[in-house]
Design a protein around this ligand. Sequence first.
Ligand code: XMP
Length: 586
Amino acid sequence: MNDYAPEPQIIILDTGGQYTHLISRKVRELGVYAEVRPSETPLAELGNARGVIISGGPSSVYETGSPTMDPAVLASSKAVLGICYGQQLMSYLLDGQVRKGDKGEYGIAHLDLKAASPLLKGVADHKQVWMSHRDTVYAPPSGYEVLASTDTCSIAAIGNTEARKYAVQFHPEVVHTHEGRKVLHNFLFDICGCTRDWEPASRVPVVEKSIVEVAAGRNIFFFVSGGVDSTVAYTLCLKALNDERVHGAYVDTGLMREDETEFVRGIFASLGARNFEVVDARDEFLKALEGATEPERKRRIIGEKFVEIQQRILESGHYLDGQWILGQGTIYPDTIESGGTAKADLIKTHHNRVAGIQKLIDENRIVEPLTQFYKDEVREIGRELGLPAEFLERHPFPGPGLAIRCLCADIDEPLTPTNLGIIAPVHSVGVQGDSRSYRPVLVVDHLDQHRAADAINVDMRVNRVIGTICVREPVSKMRVHSAAITLDRMNKLRRVDAIVRRISHESGYDKTVWQFPVVLIPLGAAPGEDSVVLRPIDSVDGMTAQSVAIPDGVREQMLAELLAVDGIAGVFLDLTHKPPGTIEWE
Ligand code: XMP
């Protein structure tokens, strides 16, 4: 449904890079509406777009099947900016030369300007840029001038000013490129001649009007998660129609954080949503999870339970009859096929498989008011609608809830000392190369992320490293005990999670991190004991992440309260970046 947005002035051709959506977001932040399309979209389908940006991507233009584009775009009058793979693809399709690199260039470089150009106008010489590439362009296409180089990359920017075609090897969209915003600004306004047409908060009336049209006299039913997207979508529908015509259900799985259900109830009450129901399924989920220790099995059970309960709610509330359509909080990146994390999609796949939902989709009885917006834009809309900031700034929380942070085991084993640290047979998921790994964790006695990263490279038996913050007994005396999901362990995790969240919030530390999972692992000196792993990370979109430190004062305060919780044997800090670790442990 494109009624919610104007025709894009900028189209980003997606060649599979992890930064494609970041480019689009940066363009929109500059006030210009942009959309992402598959790289091979023909020129005829680019409409009146003033400019085209070709994204970066992991492929090599020489590989068979690697992403390509319609060469007519490069011959057209539209302005073009190729980024990274985009520069290589332009050079390859025109008559430039691309060299297959033996090893890549990843990280910070400095740009030496070689010629004046509208693209790099106002960019200071020797500015820091971010590089991430293997192949390089070593001869530009004819008609193209080299605009800049770096120590290791002689062709870091090229341009044909007359044709309004430019390309850069570096990534202007990432923060590590210090004047990247200026480069994009130059491209949008000076080269493409874009006008400012995008301010998400001002779209609210248009979106509400579309909701009325799509609903066409019917009512809207929502499953809400308590997350930002579904709540903002619900609020928009509530404003567009009225309380009688918009119903919602929230399933309390018992896998939620402390006081979460009351929090959600409070938010919906403050919205004036009277037809909002909390479905208590706590016992059902706990019973279904009884004895399940293996992560994929836990996820499957949770997904299937969700499906069953959703179907039940749809049927018992008569929401499948013709008077109702389904509202969903789907946001823009979810609508674009990309190489996102398969795991993040898992719970959504389960939801999509609900027979009732499938029926509604097949009959086109769906309203998704946020499909045109990015997360930050959804927050802006939420602010415009008057939702509390405390709610809108919440960290992402996984669909399966605390169950995937409550690690289980069906062994009773001691730990294994090595020269790097002690290996504990608590298995967690990681991403190494293109595949997922499932390996034990290395426990070390320091909190240094660099040393932790080196340790994983040296000892490939592990995919994660945790540093010891404080333990009751020496780690060498601990064992991994068999443990499952029980009400006691869930309550213990809820308690420690609530402590960490409260202290992070009060100290302001939560504003400096992107997400802060708290994980319970069955590691202790006696059966029934668990340890807590703190996992604060920084990230842009969850695809990659950096482990971050916790300031001493904040850590000390957490420690004192965590060790006072019954059955907690120790507190550790996860030192692993993603890759090789994932953000969540399961
Ligand atoms: P990983 O652990 O794959 O997580 O590095 C990346 C991001 O996705 C979230 N996540 C999920 N979200 N359902 C969700 O809705 C899931 O099953 C799920 N698994 C992971 C995770 O919290 C992080 O933000």
